[in-house]
Design a protein around this ligand. Sequence first.
Ligand SMILES: *Cc1c(COP(=O)(O)O)cnc(C)c1O
Length: 355
Amino acid sequence: MKNWIRPEIKALSAYHVPDATGYIKLDAMENPYRFSEELTSKWQETLRQAELNRYPDPTARQLKQKISATLNIPENAAIILGNGSDELIQMIMMAISGTERTVMSVEPSFVMYRMIATFLGMPYVGVPLKSDFSLDTDAVLDAVSQHQPAVLFLAFPNNPTGNLFDEQDIDRLISTTDALVVIDEAYYAFAKRSYADKLGQFDNLLVMRTVSKMGLAGLRLGYLAGPAELVNEIDKVRLPYNINILTQLSAEFALDHIDELNRQTDRIRQDRENLQSTLQALDGIEVYPSQANFILFRVLSKPAIEVFESLKKQKILIKNLSHSSAALQNCLRVTVGMPEENQKFIVALKTAISN
Ligand SMILES: *Cc1c(COP(=O)(O)O)cnc(C)c1O
């Protein structure tokens, strides 16, 4: 092949999504519950009004209003929508991009921060977390003064570690850096802690969320809230009509029935606590406390890949992170599923560890 493709793209491995057909799927932080039959019929009824021959509302005004009203975004904050929060990460970076503009986050964290920076030819710096995965604030501040990042991404709770960083530490970072600080609240429904209330307080703060983990992963919808002057600039790099009409109508419908989604996510929070305490009682693994809908654990007694493969043989798919970085050596991540799925996972895990 000629030199058509940039070397840093050639060096990447594509984001890999395994085929989960036939497995209990506990690898991607999905909500395992669907709408009830009754709600499904109502939803399908509302889709009848979709005019597929027309472009969708380019600004999705009605959907944005519903998001602000039902998901506790303060009135003074402006909102833009993305095709998943992945697209919002891309839009933020495109709006500030340049070969001299550094993107910063912590490690380990969500891989798309690094990947999208690489797509755009921007330097990326990942500051290591402490060994308990808490924020090393002094190290971040040192890295900020050394690299002068244009943007700092912090996932709150963090993925794949599941913990919330200390809010005083985050406040200190936001108030001392000139960088934009994006608080990625993908797991808001499970942690119930948010920086949205602080949007009026800092002019360099953006809060990003997604409906994916709360039960609507198939829709691909994320939202970014922040000061209007800033958000309106980022909106300029958004491709027209990025939120299709089926997503707009379906998300509006879901938000009109937010109680159903809240019941599901509350159930998952409760089951996370159960799964966590069951895992903590097992020998041979170390469990990291989570405020999200997944749990990270380290296998102590054998190579994690063997446990992962044994689970797969038993038709359970989780996420193998054991080779993704030194900090995650021998680590696996399981998504909280339905109680019977969690139960099957525990039984299979015991087999995998003891064999
Ligand atoms: C899953 C996840 C996202 C991406 O969400 P989408 O809206 O599905 O693109 C963003 N940030 C974090 C931390 C995540 O875990």
